[in-house]
Design a protein. Structure first.
Length: 59
């Protein structure tokens, strides 16, 4: 029998505040209207990286 060595995803149970969700949605729509191929997930990822950098978690 073969076992999988792939790491299992960690479930994210934190709820995103409504104001953050709205800001991400607005930014996504603004960029899409400007012709960028971007999703809310892309914007959220960018936001998380930016916040982690501000807090000192990352290179």
């Amino acid at each position: 029998m073969e076992t999988s060595t792939a790491p299992k995803p960690i479930p994210m149970t934190a709820e995103v505040p409504k104001w953050v969700n709205k800001a991400i949605r607005d930014e996504s729509l603004k960029r899409q209207l400007a012709g960028e191929d971007v999703t809310m997930k892309d914007i959220h990822r960018e936001w998380l990286v930016e916040m982690a950098t501000k807090l000192g978690f990352g290179g």
